[in-house]
Write a protein that binds this ligand. Structure first.
Ligand SMILES: *Cc1c(COP(=O)(O)O)cnc(C)c1O
Length: 461
């Protein structure tokens, strides 16, 4: 199993080369449970099978039952559209078994990953000492950061390791932050938003009230730079000022919106992000990295190290020779809850180096322009209503007179026709169309086709 097999290599590479050479991948479809069961029956047995046969099962039965996130007309959720350079380099990371846990094992890979993190820190305006690591995504980043926020907060207040504390979040915060707080056993102080946006003033009022509500002390405030549902930027500067004034940890979830840091106009609207004590960006979203790639940065990484460094005798070797680890040796395992990890920042490093940051700025700006184009088109089209001016690259549209099942039936028809993958969302209690733009290769014509089908198709009965 561990000797080079030229034939196996060629077959796998050919499959990949074919897919990567397509102008756009097939959109794909959800698989049928029974059909997949039949296709996979007996795939794994006690003895060997020809790789060509197994690869055929993948190509004919498995791959078509996966919707292609990298199709330009994948507009549901948040798409993923890796650059070719990043996607190809991911093969090297996997194929070379790069293990990015410690400086001892993977200093080269970690130095390159840290170069990318430094670039993000510079774009965000974080100080020289900032640093962190790449994790699997926004959920892992939010969890790892808020553990540090919790423990640092307890220490600042002179509380014991189990003392109850609260973390302030908006009523629009991402579900992964809600999950994080549940996992950590922390109550949320939920702050109401104004037009879905968390403001400094709302934080001020909520924190003042929280001092007298009999609840646990608040140790951190979470703001969002780009809500997933609608792409709304919180008042980061205002929220940061309130957190600073009370010496609270300020966490910014820019999992989706972080790509906007490349675009000067968007960066300007994220003013205040430079005050973050911890910052999460998902390059597998709007920075065109392959899954799974989340970036986690701390203003003061030593605070994270104090919380996350794992203590086990077999790990002593990665923490220096006992005479005090060299400050320049950076162990990504010290900055999140993980230990074993692939250096998943490397594909992005390669692509950024190959293409340069201007290309990233332009690709992100293209998503914003597509959103603007769609918004203007929706305004001009009878039967369609733009629900809110897009701030980033998400557009919400109402089809006059449609019920939820009409939206879902339309979404199914678009997918079945191989046109686009668009899923409805709920906005202010109402089911509506949500389009998330990301792939720079999507054309205006495809957008027109999608809005046209929305406008001309009748409600389902
Ligand atoms: C996507 C997203 C997350 C979760 O990130 P994953 O990479 O899916 O774990 C968290 N916060 C926001 C704002 C997001 O858009």
């Amino acid at each position: 199993m561990h000797t080079h097999d030229e034939d196996l290599t060629r077959q796998v590479m050919d499959h990949l080369r074919h897919r990567m050479a397509l102008p756009e991948p097939p959109l794909g479809r959800p698989g049928d449970h029974a059909e997949l069961g039949v296709a996979l029956k007996g795939a794994i047995g006690a003895g060997p099978r020809p790789a060509s046969e197994v690869l055929r099962t993948y190509a004919e039965d498995i791959e078509p039952a996966v919707i292609s996130c990298d199709h330009p007309a994948f507009l549901a959720f948040i798409p993923g559209a890796p650059t070719k350079a990043a996607a190809l380099f991911d093969m090297i990371v996997s194929g070379s078994s790069l293990h990015g846990v410690s400086w001892l094992e993977a200093s080269g890979a970690i130095a390159a990953e840290n170069q990318v993190l430094r670039l993000f820190a510079d774009l965000a305006g974080l100080p020289e000492g900032a640093g962190g690591c790449f994790v699997s995504g926004g959920s892992a980043g939010n969890l790892s950061a808020l553990v540090v926020a919790r423990d640092t907060g307890r220490r600042r207040l002179g509380l014991t390791g189990h003392a109850p504390v609260r973390i302030a979040v908006s009523d629009q915060v991402h579900s992964s932050v809600g999950n994080t707080l549940r996992i950590l056993g922390i109550d949320a102080l939920v702050i109401p938003t104004e037009d879905h946006r968390l403001t400094g003033e709302a934080v001020r009022i909520a924190l003042a009230a929280a001092e007298h509500d009999g609840g646990a002390p608040v140790v951190a405030v979470v703001a969002t730079a780009g809500t997933t549902n609608a792409g709304i930027l919180d008042d980061l500067a205002g929220v940061a000022a309130q957190a600073r004034a009370r010496d609270l940890w300020f966490h910014v979830d820019a999992a989706y919106g972080g790509g906007g840091l490349f675009v000067p106009e968007l960066r300007a609207r994220m003013a205040g992000i430079e005050h973050a004590d911890s910052l999460v960006i998902d390059p597998h979203k709007w920075m065109f990295a392959p899954f799974d790639c989340g970036a986690l940065l701390y203003r003061d990484p030593r605070l994270a190290q104090a919380v996350h460094t794992q203590d086990a005798s077999y790990l002593d070797a990665i923490h220096g020779d006992g005479a005090g680890a060299d400050d320049l040796e950076w162990n990504p395992s010290d900055y999140a809850y993980h230990l074993t990890r692939r250096p998943r920042g490397l594909p992005l490093w390669f692509s950024l180096a190959v293409h340069g940051t201007d290309a990233y700025r332009d690709a992100v700006a293209r998503g914003v322009r597509l959103a603007q184009y769609t918004a203007r088109l929706a305004e001009r089209t009878d039967g369609l209503e733009l629900l809110r001016e897009p701030e980033l690259s998400v557009v919400l549209i109402r089809r006059t007179g449609w019920q939820p099942r009409d939206y879902y039936a339309w979404s199914k028809r678009l997918l079945a026709a191989g046109t686009a993958f668009v899923t409805p969302t709920v906005w202010e209690g109402e089911t509506v169309v949500r389009l998330a733009f990301l792939h720079p290769g999507l054309t205006e014509e495809t957008v027109e086709g999608i809005l046209d089908s929305l406008h001309t198709e009748d409600a389902a009965h």
